[in-house]
Ligand binder design. Structure first.
Ligand SMILES: [Fe+2]
Ligand SMILES: [Fe+2]
Length: 217
């Protein structure tokens, strides 16, 4: 779908593309890259009921985070001034779809569900992303980099909370962490600026609310 953000498409095509992406993100199957699920060849370990519920809560948070990532990228693509910024972040946005699919698959395997608040996360993030895009490309890219840095810290916490035998979830989160670090680097290389302290704090507070709610709902 992100091919639709290139300059060969009319604004109407782009709007339809964004609506399609929103629906796929929230309700359907997102378009993924050629990469395989990193947990595909790993055997499922035995988890107690308590462990299963804890891992499901963590994976639901990560899935909701990836729904938010799609909202952010789409919001930014709607308002970004430079078309090449959109194109440069295209691969990153597609990789977020991989993350979305991997987290969803893990939730299925754990017999659990996605966050019921996903539409809220998506449209809330879309609004924030659009605002970042309006602020200008250096802020928009800076925002991506800061988001990724916060996600990496949060993935580290989740990796520490996983039951040691749950290699499947570990493989997914480890690959995500590697990808997010790369996305942050790409955003900074393309001119992302360091965000002011209060903005970073606001982002941390918002993500705290989201992760607390998505763990349960
Ligand atoms: Fe991601
Ligand atoms: Fe990312």
């Amino acid at each position: 779908m992100f091919a639709m953000t290139t300059r060969h498409y009319s604004p109407a095509d782009r709007v339809i593309g964004h609506i399609d992406n929103a629906l796929r993100t929230i309700f359907g199957k997102p378009q993924i890259t050629e990469r395989a699920n990193p947990a595909a060849d790993i055997a499922d370990a035995k988890l107690s009921e308590q462990e299963r519920q804890r891992v499901a809560g963590l994976m639901r948070v990560n899935h909701a985070g990836e729904v938010s990532a799609q909202g952010l990228y789409t919001g930014q693509a709607l308002t970004a001034r430079l078309p090449d910024v959109r194109e440069k972040m295209e691969r990153a946005a597609l990789e977020e779809n991989d993350h979305l699919a991997w987290c969803e698959q893990r939730l299925d395997e754990l017999g659990s569900h996605k966050s019921l608040l996903n539409p809220v996360w998506y449209f809330g993030s879309l609004t924030i992303g659009a605002a970042a895009g309006v602020a200008g490309d250096k802020w928009s890219l800076g925002f991506v980099a800061e988001t990724e840095h916060q996600v990496i810290r949060h993935l580290d916490e989740h990796l520490a909370k996983l039951p040691p035998q749950d290699e499947k979830s570990r493989a997914v989160l480890s690959q995500m962490k590697e990808d997010e670090a790369h996305h942050a680097t790409v955003a900074l290389q393309h001119g992302g600026a360091e965000l002011p302290g209060p903005v970073k704090l606001m982002m941390r507070t918002t993500s705290k609310i989201m992760t607390t709610l998505a763990y349960r709902i």
